[in-house]
Design a protein around this ligand. Sequence first.
Ligand SMILES: Nc1nc2c(ncn2[C@@H]2O[C@H](COP(=O)(O)OP(=O)(O)OP(=O)(O)O)[C@@H](O)[C@H]2O)c(=O)[nH]1
Ligand SMILES: [Mg+2]
Length: 392
Amino acid sequence: MEYVIIAVVIAVVLIGAATGLVVNGRRRKELPPPSTPARIGEPQVGEDAAPPREAPARTVEEVPLPEAAAPEAPAVRELDVPEPTAGRLVRLRSRLARSQNSMGKGLLALLSRDHLDEDTWEEIEEVLLTADVGVAPTQELVERLRARVKVLGTRTPDELRTLLREELTTLVDPSLDRTLHTARHTDGDAPRPAVVLVVGVNGVGKTTTSGKLARVLVADGRTVLLGAADTFRAAAADQLQTWGERVGARTVRGPEGGDPASVAFDAVKQGIAEGADIVLVDTAGRLHTKTGLMDELGKVKRVVEKHGPVDEVLLVLDATTGQNGLVQAKVFAEVVDITGIVLTKLDGTAKGGIVVAVQRQLGVPVKLIGLGEGADDLAPFDPAGFVDALIG
Ligand SMILES: Nc1nc2c(ncn2[C@@H]2O[C@H](COP(=O)(O)OP(=O)(O)OP(=O)(O)O)[C@@H](O)[C@H]2O)c(=O)[nH]1
Ligand SMILES: [Mg+2]
C-alpha cells in the first residue's frame, strides 16, 4: 500500500512538472521575439541579411508589442548610426561579384579560347544578351572586342582582362554625371530644401530605397524630412516612418486614400518651415482611384513644384525584372523628367547588364544600386567598381 501511495505521489509530481513545461513553452511562444520593437520586421544589416521577402514588409501595427514594455519604454529612442557612404561599394562588392560573375567570368573564359571562331563570338554575344545588356550595346561591344583581339594577336589572361575591363567600362559610360542633387537651396530670399521624388511601379523597392537614402543623408549630417505620398495603404506610410524613426527623420503623412499630391506638397511646405536640408518623397506604385498612376504622378510633381523645381526624380527599377523594367522606365520618363535611376535587387540577379540597357534607353545615369535588404545595402553606382566586380 505504501508503495502505491509513493508511486501515486511521484506520478503527480511528474505530471505537474511536465504540464508546467508545456505551459512555459506555450507562454514562451506567445512572447514577441527578443529584439527591440522598432527593429521587428525590418531588414537585417550585413552579410546575414534575410533573403528577399515575397510579402510586403510588416508594419508597426502588425507587430505585437510586449505589454509590459510600453510604460517603461524610454521617451527618446536610440538612433541608428548609419554606415558612411564612402567605401560602401567596396563592402558590397563581394555580393555584386557573386551575383554578376557569370557574365564577367563567362566572357573571360570565352575570350581565352585558342581559336576565336564565329561560334565563340556568338557565345560571347549570348552571354551579354542573357545578362540583359541589350542588342545594340552587345553588338557594339562584340565589334570592339573583335577588332582589339585581332590587333593583340597572342592573348595573355592579363591582357584579356584589361581589354575586357576597358571595354565594359566604356559601355557603362564613366562620363555620365552621377551626382545626387541634394544640396539645400540657399540662393535668393527664400531658402528651401532639396526635393527628391522616388518613383516606380509597385514592389520595386521605392520605400526601402527612400529609407536607405534617408540613412545615407543623415549619416552625412543632413536633416531629412520624409513625405509618405503613397496613400494607397496605411502600411506604406508606416513602413516609411519606421525607416525614418531609426535615424531620426520625421515622416509627413496624410489620411489613407488621401490625395498623394497634397501629402507631397505638405511635406515640402513643412520642410521649408523647419529648414530641413532634404525632403524625400516616397510615391505609390499603384492607386485607389481610377486615374492612371502616371497622371497622378505627373500631378504630384506639378503640385510639389509650386514650391520650386524638384531636384531629383529617382526612378527605382528592380534589376530582376530585366527588359520589363525598360518598358516601365520609358513610360515614367514620358511623364516625369527622370534625373537618375536606382537599380535595386542586383544582389539577386545575374542580369547586371540592365545598367547599360537602361542608361541607353533613357539617357539617364544609374546613380544608386541596391545590393540587399539590409539598411545600409544601398551604394552609389561607380562604373569602375561595378566592372571590377563583374570580372573579378
Ligand atoms: N534583395 C533585395 N531586396 C530588396 C532590395 N531593395 C528592396 N528590396 C525588397 O523588395 C521588397 C519591396 O520593397 P518596397 O520598398 O516595399 O517596394 P515599393 O516599391 O515601395 O513597393 P510598393 O510600395 O508596394 O509599391 C522588400 O521586401 C524589400 O526588402 C535590394 O536591393 N535587394
Ligand atoms: Mg512602397
